[in-house]
Structures are given as structure tokens and as C-alpha cells.
Ligand binder design. Sequence first.
Ligand code: ARG
Ligand code: ZN
Length: 898
Amino acid sequence: MRTDTPVTVFRKDYQPYPYDIPEVALAFDLAPDATEVRCAMQVRRKPGASADAALVLDGEDLELVSVGVDGAALPADRYRLSDHRLELYGLPASAAVEIVSRCKPSANSTLMGLYVSGGNFFTQCEAEGFRRITWFADRPDVMSRYRVTLRALPDYPVLLSNGNLVASRQLPDGRNEVEWEDPFPKPCYLFALVAGKLTHRETTVKTASGRDVLLQVYSDPGSETKTEWALDSLVRALRWDESRFGLELDLDRFMVVAVHDFNMGAMENKGLNIFNAAYVLADADTATDANYEGIESVIGHEYFHNWTGNRVTCRDWFQLSLKEGLTVFRDQEFSADMMADGMDAAEAASARAVKRIDDVVALRAAQFPEDAGPMAHPIRPESYQEIGNFYTATVYEKGAEVIRMQHTLLGEEGFRAGMDEYFRRHDGQAVTCDDFVAAMESVYVRQHPGRDLSVFRRWYRQAGTPRVSVKLDHDAAARRCTVTLTQECPLVGVEKKAGADYVKAPYHIPFAIGLLDREGRALTLRHEGEASETALLELSTQSRQWVFEDIADRPVPSLLRDFSAPVIVEYAWTDEELALLSAHDSNPFARWEAGQEFATRQILALAEARQAGRTLHADAAFIDTWRALLTDPAIDAAYRARALALPSEKTLAERMRQVDPPALAVARDFLRAELGRQLAAEFRQAFEASQTPGEYSPAPVPAGKRALKNLALGHLMAAGEPDAQRLAEQLYGQAGNMTDSMAALSALINFGQGEFPQQALAAFYDKWRDNPLVVDKWFALQASARSTTVQTARELMRHPAFTMRNPNRARALIFQFCLNNARGMHHPDGSGYAFWAEQVLALDALNPEIAARLARALDNWSRFVPALRSPMQTALQQVRAHEGLSRNVQEIVSKALE
Ligand code: ARG
Ligand code: ZN
């Protein structure tokens, strides 16, 4: 049994490591059941460190074979081995330390450290997995140059590690031996090795300075036809980082390897990125438009880490957002630039808005609830028990918003100057979030004499989503409009416990605003010496006023344009004003937002009616607004599909005083069906007009058409329109790509009649049973289907293709059910919560990191309606009481119950 006693680590307790470890030589004798690792390191006590400072090394699940110093075995009284630590005493100021240990990759179901997947070896070291490979100073501020020797039987013909291949030979015992050398010092979390039978696709490109570099994508034998998009994306990422940030690839060789068993999306190991196969493999038959987009963005993300993460890394794990927030911002910009590529200015603005909308939708669905719940933490946390639990939407997505605000405040050129300064100061170092802001501030103070980013830094220290309320006063006689912004940031999570001692200070909020006249025309705003349609107001105190002159009539405000800050806006628009903004706002993001706000009001009112047992009615003005969007010839399909999509149940839940997922689901479905019924002709027309004949392309324009067409189909099916099922069956039968197949199958499973849906589902499985990524889709579709109950989920778990050991499969079935099936999961009898508790415990015995992610499904239990709240609490208590719980899950459930 595990002896995982949770220990809280605090940011304020940071201490530098007393030794430098400039060189590391690792030698692996790879075998699934017993891999021997020899770790030889050059160790030098830091100037100023105490002569009796022990060399403290971390280790987990390792068998120690020997410890040597300067060529001789270390006497037993000079080292101490405890649970997760190896301490060496009395070292000379400079020493050669050699540690030999053994681990068992085939038994490693945690997928951290060295493990076996599909018969091949892979590693995952971030954050603290390297200690499962060898005893080492497993912390990001210890940076070393690595030389790696791999020895394995010829069953493992491909042997990869970081950097450059410097030697390769056959050993007398028949095994192969290779040596890799990484010229760049790195923390151990960026170490990687891969060994096994793999195929690859490659290309050579010239970098900006004229060097030839080899780019390779490795995957299972047989999947070489599915790596073209990933390799092309890698080339685009390399070019983009050169042109937008002036950052060049620093290695001669860059490899991406796909693996089917992987805890996360992917990992940026130096020169050897390891990817969840779901973010590498794609072809038209098996991958959806969303998959293609996801691959491009994750390939970009990991590639961009080479500078923002690897060349400049984190001093400690509290600084995780230093690399993740920044790299998410960079991948978002990369995707936006790729989507807008080759378009004229208006098309490009719409394409960028589509990307911004998708990112904000994701932020609101995942990060806003986190920021309002028991796991709320600043983007730079103050403490943690298990760092694996802090790879969160807050650190990543809110972290990216905090970077984006700096980009907004400095402008594109200023931001680039700040980035250049950051690399000039810190290349090759392990630094803090504050170092990043200081580099940006050095530019900001030049641009804005007398101002600085000291208030802005609170975004790194304080948790929770600020609320900005807007007051608009108009003086007709003076033709003057006064805008007052007031911010408020309620205490969240642990802050509430701190009570009166904890005072939250105002944030520095860049707030973009426009004003429309009553005909929907944009008014010119004079602000800080400039005249424009959009003014950027900088709110950095609790409340502030701005005056706009020469405004004849009371205008309609267009607020938080482009989502210029991660805040919640409070303004009492009338429905008529929302309809006007939805039809005319020249800022495509704010235009979308107005429609979403209108729809949110409708659904929340319907949910209330449902709870009160009243009959549901759709509002005519709302239907008219949707009709106008559906038929506006000036907007493209991709944008239209976003504008017409009803807000998600997760986003809506955040707006309910007491969350009632089944009532929300009924209300949202009602409105969807009602729109389908009342706008049947228009949806029909959109469906027909959005066909994409010819060869499949994942490009934004055809993908946008498919999104609109399939949204229309969903509405028609939900409405039970005569003929809709025929359209769905036809689409399913004739689909030339996975996007259409999945959309048709989903509509059929959720709303279809007769035998066709079940037959199609069975045939789909038979067709794709050998493709794990498509089988995941098959499970996910059913797990989230409207009619799926706990019983159905349990039956699906008994399917021969189901396994808990593969995270993608567990996510497809268990996570989809627990997180995305409101009716099944939140059944009033509590059976969904009992199922959840059972699966958290089952997963925890295999893979604590994945279990802890599932554990978070009940985070916000205390905000649910009383009838659901108490069975949720019971389920959480049941998990907490379980003996031998990992510290990952312990941290989550104990915080939830605090
Ligand atoms: N650095 C990786 C990425 O963002 C994520 C690694 C997370 N690893 C983990 N075990 N939680 O690209
Ligand atoms: Zn990352």
C-alpha cells in the first residue's frame, strides 16, 4: 500500500539547491521487467553553500543497486536512504557521483517516469517523473548537460533521446547501443527516451539563418499515412516562431513521437517531444476538423516551448504559468494567424474572432468554475500538495489571458520588444513569473511614463474572477456620455477561510469598449488623444469614470471587446439592445457575446420555468434575433456557426444561483428544438448551402461550412422535423470525412427514431475496431448521449474494447459520462455520484494523476440544488475515507470537502 502522507509545499519556502550538477551521463540497459540505470554526475558545491550541506536526491519506486563517489563505493555511513530520498554526506566541493538503480517499466501504470506502451518504451518526466527513473535533484532549477547511452535488444530498433545522435553500434551480446548528446543544459523534467518499433516521416528545412534541420514524426508501424498533417504543422510552427518572434530552432534535429498511453496532450522534452497519439495522427477518414485543429495547435504549443519553457525555464513549479500561460498565448496566436492566412482583412478579422470565441468558450467552461470553486488558485499558486494537480485551466488558460492583457497593454510591437528583452536577460536560466513581468515592464514604462505594472502583478497573486460593473450616463444637453467602471473581486476557495485578514486589492484591467447609436452605427470615441471606434480603458483602481464628448443620443455600449480581460461584465442591457448589438456590433467578438447573453437569459428563464413546473415558451424576439443571424449574408459560415451555438451547459451553470444540471439540460434542449421548429426553413437552407463537395480539406473555410451545416442538422433533428432523419441518414451514408460521420451519428443517436441509429452505431464499431482513436470517439459519443444512464455506462465498461489503463479510453467513457452527461450523471437518485466514486478509486489504484482529474468532477458540489448536493457530498466523503488513497486524489477531495 502507498504511504502517501500529503505535505503542503509553499512558494515562500523556496531555497536554492546547494549544488550545481553541470554534467550528467545516463546509461540505460532497457528491459521491460528490469531496466538498469547508471547515473553519473559531476557535482559541484555552490560558492557560499555550507560545506556540510547534504546532496539530497529524489527517488520513487526505485531499487538502489550502488552509490559511488569519485570511483569508490560510498561507505554506508556516508549516505541515508529513506522513503523518497537519498542523502549523501561529506562530499568534497567537487565530486563525481555515480548511482546505479533499477526500475520496472512494464509494471508502471502511472505513465510517469519510464513505462511501456504497446511494447515500446516511453518516458514522461514533467513535473516530478524523473525521480522514477533515477535518484536525482528532481527540480527545474538544477540544469545539466546530458549524455545518454541506450542499450536494448534488436526488438527495439529505434532508440531515441534528446539532442544529437553521436554514436551507434552493435554490442557483442547482440544488443544495439546508441549515444545521444544534448548540447543545451536542461532541467531533468525535459529528459526523454523512446525505444521500440516505430515508423517515421521526415523532412529537412532551412532555418532563418540558413541551417538545415531534420524534422521527424514517429508513430506505430502502419500509421505513417496519418502523420502528414502533424509534420506540416511542425514546419508551419517553425516558420511562425521565426517570423513573429524572431526565434529559431536551436537543434539540428527535432523529433515528435506519438504514443497511445499518455496522461496529457503532449510534452516538450528537448528535441524529442512525446505526444498523445490523439494529437498526431489524422486523415480525412478518421479525424474530425476539431482533431486537425487540435493537432496543429498542440504541435505548435510543444514546439514553442523550446524557447518559452526550455531555453528559459521555471525556477520552481509555482512558476509553471511562466512557461504554460505564455506558451498557450503563443499557440493561440499561431492558430489565429494560420486561420487568417491568405484572407482579406474582413475575412481575417472574422477568422481571428472565431478563434478568440472558441478560446473564451473553453475558458468559461473550465476555468471560471475552477476559479469559483474549492481548487481556486492564482495563476502562480502559493502552495500545493501534489504539483500534478496544478496543470489546470487557471495556470494554462487564465495564464494565457494574463499574458494577452500584457500584449494588449503594450501593443504588438511593445510586446515583441518585451519578449526580446526577456530572452536577452534570461536565456539559459530558470526564472520566475516576476522576471517575465519585469521584462515587459521595462518596455511599458518607456511607452507610458509615470505608469508601471505593479498593480498588474496582482493577477499573479490573487485568485477568482473579477466582476466589472458598468454604469453609463448620458447628458443630452451636453452631448456627453460618462462611463463608470467598478470592479469587485469576491473571495474564493481558501481565501474565504482566511476571513477578514485577507484583503483583495483591485486589478489592472484593460477594458475595451465601443458605443453604438440606436441604428447600430459605431460612434467615434475620443480617448487619450486618439479617435477610434474602440477605446481601451485601463481600470486599475476600484472605480473610475471616463467621459466621451460629442455623443448626441444615449448610446448602446459594446463591452469588453475581444474579451480584453478575464472578467465578468455586469451591465443591464435590455433585450432590444442585445438584439441590436447582435445584428450590428462591428466588433465580431462583442457581437457574438451579445447573442450569447440574449440566449443565456432565455435558457435561464426556461430552466426556472421548468423547476416551477410551468410550461415552456420561446421568446419571439429571441427567435427573430437568431433568424437574423442565420440569414445575414454578410457573415461567413464559421462565424455564423459560433453565433448560433447556444451557450454550453457548463457556462450556463455558472450563472445559476443553485446549479440544477437536469433542468438546464431540459431548458437548453427545449430552446434548441424550438429554434429548429420555428426556423426549419432557414436551417434547411443553411444545410443545403453549406455542402463541401470534392476532396476533404481541414482548412478553416470548408471546416466552417461543415460546422454550420451540422449545427443546422442538429437543430432539425432536435425539433423532430419531418425529413430531418432522412438528411442525417444520407449524410451518414455518404460522408467522405469523419467530421460529417460523427455529426450525423451524433444527431441520430441523440434524436433519431427506429432501428437505424443503433445499427449504424454497431456498424461504425465494426468498421473502426482496429483504430483506437476512432473507438474512443465511439465510446465518447455514447457516454455523452442524452439517453445514456449509469446502467448504460456500466454496460459500455464491460465491452471488450474498454480498459481503464488507457487514459484516452477512460476519458472517452468515464470522463465523458461524469463531466458531459448532465442527465445521467446528475440523476436525483445519486447513482451517478456512486459510479463516479467507484471509478475514482479504481483509477487511483492504477494512475493517480488521471484519477485526480476525474475526482474534480464534483468540485462545485456545494453550489448545486440541495437534492443533488447531499448525495454528492456523500460520494466525496466515501472517496476521502478510502484507505491508501494517492496524495493526488486526497488533495482534491479534501479541498472539496473543506
Ligand atoms: N508541459 C506539458 C505541456 O503543457 C504538460 C506536461 C504535464 N505533465 C503532467 N504529468 N501533468 O505541454
Ligand atoms: Zn505546455
